[in-house]
Design a protein around this ligand. Structure first.
Ligand SMILES: Nc1nc2c(ncn2[C@@H]2O[C@H](COP(=O)(O)OP(=O)(O)OP(=O)(O)O)[C@@H](O)[C@H]2O)c(=O)[nH]1
Ligand SMILES: [Mg+2]
Length: 398
C-alpha cells in the first residue's frame, strides 16, 4: 500500500521523469494519472486485453534506440502453408490464429519482434487466392487484396511453401509469381516449411531446385551429390555449397519458380527446426531506419479481434468445412476483474437451426471443448488468466 502510494505521489510530482513501466498494472497507473504515455519508456512487451490499453499502445510513439534498425517482412504463401505458425514461432508468442483449415487468417496482421536495436515487422497475410476464387466462395475482399497490399510496403518478401503437399510443392503459385515479378528489386527469401513431414532430402532438394529454377543468391544450385547407401548428408552443408560454389546445372522448367531468391531455408514452423537461422537472417539484414512501433508492441490486433480469431480458429478446427465461415461472433461482455482475470462472454450466431445443434454437440461437449481451447489460446496471447463463455444462438438472415 505504502509502495503504491509512493509511486502515485511520485507520478504526480515528477511528470517529466522517465518512467519505466514494467507491467500491466503499471500501464494502468500511467493511464489513470494521464501521464503522457508516448514520452515514457514502457519496456515490457504486452498484448493489451482492454481497448483503452490497446489504444494507448497504438498511440505511443516509439522511443528510438541508438542506431535503430528496421525490416518489414511480408509473409506470402498458399492457404495452409504455415504462415501464421511461422509468425508465432519467429516471435515466440502466440499472436496469430492457426488451424488445419484454409483461410484461417482473414486480414493482414502485423507481428512485431524487437530485439536490441532492431525491429522486425512481420506481416502475416491471408493465403493467396485469385479474385475469381474469392468471388466464387464469397470470401471477404481482405483475403484477396491483403497479400499484394502487404508486399507494397515490405523490404523483404518471404514465400512459404508446404513441402508436404505434393500437389503444390513443385511450382510457385501464379499469384505469388506475379507479385515477385511486380517487385523484382525486393529481397526475396524462400521457406520450405513442414520438413518434419518430408524426410527425403533428395525430394527437398528437388523441390527447392524447382521453386528457385536452380538459382539461389545469384548462383546456380549444385547438382545433388551422388552418395553411398546410408550416408548422411546435411542440408545445411548442401546449401553452403549452393552459396559457395558455382556449378553447371541442368536447367529446370522456366515456369515453376523464381530465380532471384537470395536464400532458401528448410524449416518446421511447428517444431521450430530451422526457425532460429531464419530469424538471424532477418536481424542481420535489417537496415538503418527508425522503428515503426513502440518496443512494447507485439501485434496490431485489437483485443476483440484476438478473442474472435481464437474462437473462430477452434470452430474451424472442429467443425465441418463450410460451417465456420457462416457464423457471426459477437462480444456480449468484456471485463477485467481486480485479480487481473479477463472475463469474456461471446455469442456464436448461427444462420441455420441445424448448425446450433452441431455446434453445441452431444451434451454440450463440442461447444465446451471449443470454449476451453479458445480460452487457452487467448490466455497464451494476453499472458493473463481468462474466463470465456460461449453462447450459441440462432438468428435468421444475419
Ligand atoms: N507438421 C507440420 N505442420 C505444420 C507446420 N507448420 C504449420 N503446420 C500446420 O499447418 C496448418 C496450417 O497452419 P497455418 O499457420 O494456419 O497456415 P496459414 O498459411 O497461416 O493458413 P491460412 O491463414 O489459412 O492461409 C496447421 O494445422 C498447422 O499446425 C510444420 O512445420 N509442420
Ligand atoms: Mg494464417
Amino acid at each position: 500500500m505504502v509502495l503504491v502510494g509512493e509511486i502515485v505521489a511520485g507520478l504526480q510530482k515528477c511528470s517529466r521523469t522517465l518512467f519505466y513501466c514494467t507491467n500491466r498494472k503499471g500501464l494502468k497507473l500511467l493511464h489513470r494519472f494521464n501521464v503522457n504515455f508516448s514520452s515514457k519508456a514502457a519496456t515490457e512487451k504486452s498484448v493489451p486485453n482492454t481497448l483503452d490499453e490497446y489504444k494507448d499502445q497504438l498511440r505511443c510513439s516509439p522511443v528510438q534506440p541508438n542506431d535503430p534498425r528496421l525490416l518489414k517482412v511480408s509473409i506470402l504463401g498458399e492457404p495452409n502453408a504455415g504462415k501464421s505458425t511461422l509468425t508465432n514461432s519467429l516471435l515466440g508468442w502466440r499472436v496469430c490464429s492457426v488451424s488445419r483449415k484454409v483461410h484461417t487468417t482473414r486480414r493482414n496482421t502485423a507481428a512485431v519482434l524487437t530485439e536490441g536495436n532492431t525491429q522486425i515487422v512481420f506481416l502475416d497475410t491471408p493465403g493467396l487466392v485469385t479474385p475469381d476464387h474469392g468471388k466464387k466462395h464469397h470470401l471477404d475482399s481482405t483475403l484477396t487484396t491483403g497479400p499484394s497490399k502487404s508486399v507494397q510496403h515490405a523490404d523483404t518478401i518471404l514465400v512459404v511453401v508446404d513441402v508436404s503437399n505434393k500437389w503444390t510443392r513443385n511450382h510457385l503459385d501464379p499469384g505469388i509469381l506475379k507479385l515477385l515479378h511486380r517487385y523484382p528489386n525486393k529481397d526475396c527469401v524462400l521457406v520450405l516449411n513442414k520438413i518434419d513431414l518430408l524426410q527425403s532430402k533428395q525430394k527437398l532438394l528437388e523441390v527447392s531446385r524447382s521453386l528457385t529454377m536452380g538459382k539461389v543468391g545469384g548462383k546456380d544450385m549444385p547438382a545433388f551429390p551422388s552418395r553411398r547407401k546410408n550416408q548422411k548428408i546435411s542440408l545445411n552443408s548442401l546449401f553452403k555449397v549452393t552459396e559457395d560454389k558455382l556449378e553447371e546445372n541442368n536447367k529446370v522448367d522456366t515456369e515453376t519458380g523464381w530465380p532471384n531468391f537470395s536464400r532458401v531455408f528448410m524449416i518446421s514452423a511447428l517444431d521450430g527446426n530451422g526457425v532460429a537461422d531464419l530469424k538471424t537472417y532477418f536481424l542481420e539484414t535489417a537496415h538503418p531506419s527508425s522503428w515503426l512501433y513502440h518496443c512494447s508492441m507485439v501485434t496490431d490486433q485489437s483485443p476483440l479481434e484476438v478473442v474472435q480469431m481464437a474462437v473462430r480458429e477452434k470452430i474451424l478446427e472442429y467443425l465441418p468445412k463450410e460451417i465456420p465461415y457462416n457464423l457471426n461472433l459477437d462480444i456480449e461482455m468484456w471485463e477485467v476483474d481486480d485479480a487481473g482475470v479477463l472475463k469474456v462472454a461471446m455469442s456464436v450466431i448461427c444462420p441455420r437451426r441445424g448448425l446450433v445443434k452441431i455446434l453445441i454437440g452431444h451434451r454440450g461437449r463440442m461447444i465446451s471443448r471449443i470454449a476451453e481451447e479458445a480460452k487457452q489460446a487467448v490466455a497464451n496471447t494476453f499472458h493473463c488468466d481468462v474466463s470465456l463463455k460461449l453462447i450459441v444462438k440462432y438468428k435468421e438472415d444475419q
